[in-house]
Design a protein around this ligand. Sequence first.
Ligand code: LLP
Length: 415
Amino acid sequence: MESFIKESNFFKGNNPEDIAAKYGTPVYVYNEDILRDRMRRVSRIITKYEFHSNYSIKANTNINILKIALSEGLYTDAMSIGEMRMLLDAGFPAEKIFFVSNNVSREEMQFAIDNNILVSIDSLSQLEQFGEINRGGKCAVRINPGVGAGHHEKVVTAGKKTKFAIAEEDIDKIFDIASKYDLTIAGINQHVGSLFMDPEPFLQAVKNFLRIAMKFKNLEFIDFGGGYGIPYHKLDDEQEFPMDSFKKDFELLIDEFVKDYGYAPLFKTEPGRYCVAESGVILGRVHATKQNSGVKYIGTDIGMNVLVRPSMYDSWHDIEFMRDNEIVKRENLTEQTVTGNICESGDILAKNRMLPAVKEGDLAIVLDAGAYGYAMASSYNTRPRPAEVLITSNGEVKCIRRAETYEDIMRLFDC
Ligand code: LLP
């Protein structure tokens, strides 16, 4: 693909320079049509059985995006009191929120219990604590299906090396604790890891998980977790996650399970990235170009404070450039390294990337930044976090979060 921005008509006729002028750079820009399209796709992963897609909001917690998820009929999973509160404030009813906890305080569990939000418990020790504060209550337990997947070892959440979930060999202990506190185990959940493009390891985990599910009686639901990947190399024509063939294989595994289990519990999944990644880009400005020891650098204002994924996981994000209101053609490419403005050698957005000639003053447009972008941004180097704007379905540019200011940061010293 020559240009995602052009082919998707991302800005819907709005000039990115006007957005940059009004909101400054860097700025996160989302496209509502893409957002709604991906949210609709995940609602249909399973159609043969009762099914809920829980948008995993850690990928993007902007309250306006949560409201769009609500209007698309999605359910959600949350990871903290902050995320639960944000969902309640966005208008989600408690039954559409699932608290997938990990090493939480009793106060955090109590918050969920008080708000009628179902909790997933991820260790025997936390199950004991849950029982102590909520005898006779209901919860889910997170089980390790024994198989992990993901784009980087830091995001693999199942298999042998992980802090998450309860191992299969401890299942009897789950039943002991449940009976000690008269708890109902309403559901089981897993999450194998984040960003797989090949469905195979996930389907393998599903198979294991459904075998494990047979050990639990009267389950109300089974939640398979998230992790569906998106094509981060779209300018090199990387294909999308094969949702259609995946759906068929997934439903076949479920058919077999339902036959053996005797009935179909509610099935759930927890996509985060898939819902939001492709709907978001970052507009930034090229401020410098230089050559150091033979390496050509493009210096931008899109630092690791704005998008940490490349520094943290060596993640790839395609970048397009814009000059005089036109996308810079991808021709006469040379190897260049795109960096931010943060005082760290690891502040690299793209390393040794084949790119066209870029000049100071160009706009840089970082693609696929809607997931784990703003959500992981910081004010490192005392750079306030950027604004977020939405290109609405009718083509308006709407501010959905103002930029943080120096004064916002200073306010915290008022204690
Ligand atoms: N469910 C649970 C329990 C999770 O821990 C996660 C992600 C998800 C669902 C959603 O996974 P997704 O569909 O978004 O892959 N910061 C990393 C990703 C970390 C994911 C953490 N957990 C990144 O930028 O790639």
